[in-house]
Structures are given as structure tokens and as C-alpha cells.
Design a protein around this ligand. Structure first.
Ligand code: ATP
Length: 629
């Protein structure tokens, strides 16, 4: 049986002794070098696994002075009350909390108050052990649960180390510059250190992104025989990357179904003088299945601009005190940096998505909340549950290869925004790092077990298929440039032939009325197309790019690339130019409808084929044996 918080606190000295005995025993079993020191693992399993799409890391932080002082007596709520009544920022939590910060408060004796609930065995990569206190008829017990990830960061690990071994090791910046998706997710209990990690990763990434783009651009221009200085704009001659890359940023806060913009959060002044409420941002999936929030993206041109934007946005993030964290973030914060390569305008945009998830709370942690906070906690837990379901389903997809496993990423805005990770159909290369954060205290061990077991299944996720898909004439998403042009030529030819048939019918009717005979137009002769297809769809544009166009954009593009096929066909009757425009519009709409029909049928068919392989669950499996009346 699990031990209650009060019971754990009462037996702290015993648990402390049991944990140190376990640590001593496990260190003794480690391989030692001749010098007697524990050798770091020679097994380079991390290096081997780093080719995977998803890397899982565990992280625990050092104990904080306040926590030790109040010993987490959940029943008395001392910690929560003492923190909630103070106006304390995250940097003011003492010498351990702030990097380089100072504290006026006297240092509590952490060793006397603290009992570790988490150990990171030295010399083994990726292992974390949770020490879970329990209760049996014959007294308190302590079990040691081992969890495995690709990496495990102990309380002494610096943010620099986390950044180097996750974002840098996965080469996320170059991946995004090359049109792929890099994603970092911080998950864990409230107060476990997610924001501390993510803020640092965001800033370091902002610092490295532009120099990396600069280096890549210089290499590219040099390979083209250009001197970097020659191609740069005269206003900013040092910024070669601006000739090739453009960066746009969104920073969203997501609470339940409501997403708001953190970059410019207010909806403007209200007429009655009340505080303006934050603008809600709509998040939609377009007909090609791309997810893009409907808001104005901020363009950034340098590391300083990006860092400044991150600082401004973070200041807008909503926080409120929880039982464990005086400045707890009660929402998910999603920073997305999109990279457009001007040299390949029709290629997919690269993306870097950094998600600081809201902290999970146990029932006993949030029972002191008011109604609104309870509702907030429910929303947070619901979206985290949905994320968990997606994680489980993704891991299951590896095991049950022959049967379709439904990944419910569309049922929540958070997982919808994370579509590049979950959608197996998406061919864009992606790399994800999940950092599961746990509190170091034994009182949180049960919650830590939850967090660690939540993240572990991600480790099994198979690499997503990437690269060109197999050509299917009925699915525009699989067409390359040549195949797209071929289809467009056929579609516009069809329209021209239909028009020719119509003209023949009209001429025949008119001739019949006059009692004359007329020779019909020769249908076997090649027809002129109303649109110059090679200009309408220039290389390397594909059907996927065309699929992003709305109908008015499509028609406009057709009109811009129209061919004058009616010259000499009108015989001076009426306005030839207007007739030509009307005809192109009509054909453009017809081809657009056909194209979109194909696109939606293909998407529906993929889903239908997947569903057909889905294992049917009987009512008996769900509800058990139904009693007979
Ligand atoms: N690795 C670390 N080293 C030192 N202090 C840390 C570390 N990680 C977190 N902290 C401190 O712990 C406190 C809680 O951290 P943080 O606010 O990042 O938690 P969180 O998981 O984001 O919480 P919530 O989900 O409630 O927002 C902060 O005061 C932070 O400075």
C-alpha cells in the first residue's frame, strides 16, 4: 500500500537510512576502474539510439530550501499557504533555485530535512530510480523502481549539459534549417523544473539558430560561386542568412480549448475601460492536413530579436500559486519557430516547436483550489491525459504493426499542434525530445513514478517513414512536379474538349435552324489550353503546394497565366477579353473542384483503409459478461 504524505514525513529518518543503504549497495555493484573510481558507462547506447525520431530524457532538480523547511506536509498545507501569501518570483527561491542568485533567508539544513525519492545511478546512461515509500502490516516499506530512458539528468546537471545532449545531439537546428521538424516537450509534476529547463533551452536555441543559418548560407553561396558579402543586402551586409532564410515565430498559451497569443496578448482597449481579455487564437487543420494557428506571425532577423520576443512573451504567461510552486504555469506554452528557405519556395517549412507543458497535480494537491482553479486543473489533466493516450497509441503502433492503431491527436488542441510527431502519414522528417521532470523528494515518489512511466513508452516509438512517398495517381499528395503538371494538362485538355463539344452542339443547332449543314470542328485535332500550365505550376511546385491555395487564389493564378486561345475565335462579337476571362474562370473553377475532390477522396480513403484494419472490440471485451434477465 502507498504511504500517505504525513506518514512518509513521520518516517523520514527511516526512509533516509533505507535510501542511503540502497545507494551504497548499488554503488558497490558498479564496475570500478583501477583507481577505485566509478567509470562512466562504456555502452554508447545513446549514440546508437540517437538515430531515432524520439529521445526520452529524465531530469530531477536539487531540493529547494522552502520545500525542506516545510517537509511537504500535504495535510497541513504549510508550504502552499506560506508561498501563496508571498509575492515570490521563481528567481527568489534561494541559492539553489537561482543560477547565480542570492538569498537573504538563512539556509535551512537540507541534509537534516531532506530524504531523496529519486536516484540517478552513476555510470549508467539513462537510468533513474524512484524510491517509493509504502505501508504493510509489519511497518513501513521502501521499494525501488527502475525506469529507463535515453538520458537521465541528476540534480547537479546544468542546463548547458541538457541542451548539449538533447537539442544539439539531435542536430535539431540543422534539421529545421533543412525543412524538418524539431520538437522539445517538457513534462512533469508542478514545481519539478519544466519552466527552468525550457526557458534555458529556448534562449540557447535562439542564440545558436542564427549563427547556424549564417554558416549554412555562407557554405551554400560559396558552393554557388558567390562571395557571401556580394549577396548580402546593402543595409545588413553581415547577414548572409537573410538572403536564404526567413524566420517567423508564434508563442501560444493553451489552456483547455482556448489558445491565446503570448507575443501580443491583449485584444486592444475595451470601450468600458475594463481590462482587455486576451485574443483567442483559432487552430485549424487545412485541407492538406497542415496545422497552423490563425494569427499574425512575428518575423525575426537576429538572435537578439528572438531572445527579446521570448522574454516579452514569457512575461505574459499566466501563473498562479499551487501547493508546490508559487509561480506555477497553469497553461501549456508553445513556442514555434518556422524556417522558410527562399531558395526552395515550395518546400515544406522547417519548424522548431518547444512546449513547456503545464504541471500535473494530484487530487490531494489541488483539493484546496477554488472552483475556477479546479476547472483549470481538470482541463490541464484532460489535455495531459490525451497526450498520454497519443503516446501510448504511438508506442503500440510499433508492436501491432499489422493492425491500425488509432492515435487520437485530433481530439485536443495540444496534440493537434503536435501533429508532426503523432501523424504517421506525415513525411516531413522530425525529431522529438521529451524531458520528463520529477521532484527529488520522497514525498513525491508516487507522482514521480507516474511521470517516469508516462514518458518511458516514447522510447519504443519507431522512426516515422520519411522521404518521397509511393506514387498513386489518385492521391495528389504523392505527385511530384512532373506528375502534377501532367495531371493539370490532362484536366485543362478535358475542359477544352468539353468546350469544343459545346461549340459543335451550338453550331449544329444554329445551322439546323437555318436549314443548312455545317462541318463540325475536328475533335481529334490538338486543343489549345486556356492556361499556360508550366507557368501556373512552375518547377519544383507540386500538387501539395497547389493544395494550399484557396479557390480565389487558384482562379487568380489561372487568370495571371492565361493563354489567349480565343483570338480569332470570337469574330469581333462582344468583348473578346471579357469572354476569355469568363472562360478561364469557368475552367479554373472546374479543375479546382476536380483537384480538391481527388484530394479529399484520397484523405478519406487513407483513413478508411486504416479503419478497415482496425481490430473490432466486442461489447463483451469492454463490459464483460452481460447478465441474462
Ligand atoms: N535544475 C534546477 N536547478 C535549480 N533550481 C531549479 C532547477 N529546476 C527547477 N528549479 C527551481 O525550482 C522551482 C520550480 O521550477 P519551475 O517553475 O521550473 O517548475 P515547473 O515544473 O515549471 O512548475 P509548474 O508546472 O508549476 O509551472 C523554481 O524556483 C526553479 O528555479
Amino acid at each position: 500500500m502507498a504511504s500517505s504524505a504525513a506518514h512518509t514525513t513521520a518516517n523520514l529518518p527511516l526512509f533516509r537510512r533505507l535510501v542511503s543503504e540502497w545507494e551504497a549497495a548499488s554503488q558497490a555493484s558498479q564496475p570500478t576502474s583501477q583507481s577505485g573510481k566509478i567509470e562512466p558507462s562504456r555502452d554508447d547506447s545513446f549514440a546508437r539510439r540517437s538515430g531515432k525520431d524520439i529521445l526520452v530524457a529524465f531530469r530531477t532538480r536539487p531540493p529547494l530550501p522552502e520545500e525542506a523547511r516545510c517537509k511537504f506536509t500535504a495535510d497541513e498545507n504549510i508550504y502552499a499557504n506560506s508561498r501563496m501569501n508571498e509575492e515570490v518570483g521563481p528567481q527568489a527561491t534561494g541559492a539553489v533555485a537561482a543560477e547565480g542568485g542570492t538569498s537573504e533567508a538563512p539556509e535551512p539544513d537540507l541534509d537534516a530535512e531532506f530524504c531523496p525519492g529519486i536516484s540517478v545511478p552513476p555510470g549508467v546512461d539513462g537510468k533513474m530510480v524512484a524510491h517509493v515509500p509504502g505501508m504493510k502490516w509489519n511497518g513501513p516499506t521502501l521499494s525501488h523502481k527502475v525506469f529507463e530512458a535515453d538520458l537521465a539528468f541528476g540534480p547537479d546537471a546544468a542546463n548547458e549539459d541538457v541542451y548539449n545532449r538533447t537539442v544539439l545531439a539531435q542536430d535539431m537546428i540543422n534539421l529545421a534549417l533543412g525543412g524538418g521538424v524539431g520538437c522539445v516537450l517538457a513534462y512533469g509534476q508542478t514545481g519539478a523544473g519544466k519552466t527552468y529547463t525550457m526557458e534555458s533551452l529556448e534562449r540557447r536555441l535562439a542564440l545558436d539558430l542564427f549563427p547556424a543559418a549564417e554558416a549554412l548560407s555562407a557554405r551554400f553561396l560559396a558552393s554557388q560561386g558567390d562571395q557571401p558579402g556580394q549577396s548580402a543586402t546593402s543595409e545588413s551586409p553581415s547577414s548572409v542568412q537573410e538572403c536564404i532564410f526567413s524566420f517567423s515565430v508564434t508563442f501560444l498559451e493553451l489552456l483547455g480549448k482556448r489558445a491565446t497569443d503570448l507575443v501580443s496578448p491583449s485584444a486592444g482597449d475595451t470601450a468600458d475601460g475594463t481590462a482587455p481579455s486576451a485574443k483567442e487564437v483559432m487552430i485549424h487543420e487545412n485541407k492538406l492536413g497542415e496545422v497552423r494557428p490563425l494569427l499574425l506571425e512575428s518575423q525575426v532577423h537576429s538572435s537578439e530579436e528572438l531572445q527579446d520576443l521570448i522574454t516579452r512573451s514569457l512575461a505574459h504567461r499566466r501563473t498562479s500559486p499551487t501547493h508546490r510552486n508559487a509561480t506555477s504555469s497553469r497553461s501549456h506554452a508553445i513556442l514555434t519557430i518556422r524556417v522558410k528557405n527562399r531558395m526552395v519556395p515550395y518546400a515544406d517549412e522547417g519548424q522548431l516547436i518547444l512546449v513547456d507543458l503545464s504541471g500535473s497535480e494530484r487530487y490531494e494537491d489541488n483539493k484546496a483550489h477554488n472552483k475556477q482553479r479546479m476547472e483549470e486543473s481538470r482541463e490541464i489533466n484532460k489535455s495531459l491525459m490525451n497526450l498520454k493516450e497519443c503516446v501510448r497509441a504511438k508506442a503500440k503502433a510499433t508492436v501491432e504493426e499489422e493492425a491500425f492503431v488509432h492515435i487520437p491527436f485530433r481530439s485536443n488542441k495540444l496534440t493537434l499542434l503536435l501533429k508532426p510527431i503523432f501523424d504517421i502519414e506525415l513525411r516531413q522528417p522530425s525529431k522529438t525530445v521529451i524531458i520528463a521532470h520529477v521532484s527529488p523528494h520522497i514525498q513525491d515518489a508516487a507522482h514521480s513514478v507516474n511521470t517516469l512511466s508516462y514518458a518511458s513508452p516514447f522510447k519504443m516509438s519507431p522512426p516515422k517513414p520519411t522521404g518521397p512517398v509511393v506514387y498513386n495517381s489518385a492521391d495528389p499528395r504523392t505527385w511530384n512536379h512532373e506528375q502534377t503538371v501532367e495531371w493539370l494538362v490532362a484536366a485543362f485538355t478535358n475542359c477544352a474538349l468539353k468546350r469544343k463539344k459545346g461549340i459543335n452542339r451550338q453550331r449544329e443547332k444554329a445551322a439546323k435552324a437555318l436549314g443548312k449543314k455545317i462541318r463540325p470542328l475536328d475533335m481529334s485535332e490538338p486543343v489549345d489550353l486556356a492556361v499556360r500550365v508550366e507557368e501556373f505550376c512552375p518547377a519544383p511546385m507540386t500538387a501539395r503546394n497547389l493544395g494550399r491555395l484557396y479557390m480565389n487564389e487558384w482562379v487568380e493564378k489561372c487568370l495571371q497565366t492565361r493563354a489567349d486561345v480565343l483570338k480569332g475565335d470570337i469574330n469581333g462579337e462582344g468583348d473578346a477579353d471579357q469572354a476569355q476571362t469568363d472562360m478561364v474562370k469557368k475552367m479554373a473553377v472546374e479543375v479546382y473542384a476536380k483537384f480538391n475532390d481527388l484530394l479529399s477522396t484520397a484523405r478519406y480513403k487513407t483513413q478508411h483503409d486504416m479503419m478497415a484494419t482496425r481490430r473490432k472490440i466486442t461489447a463483451k471485451e469492454v463490459y464483460g459478461e452481460v447478465p441474462k434477465w
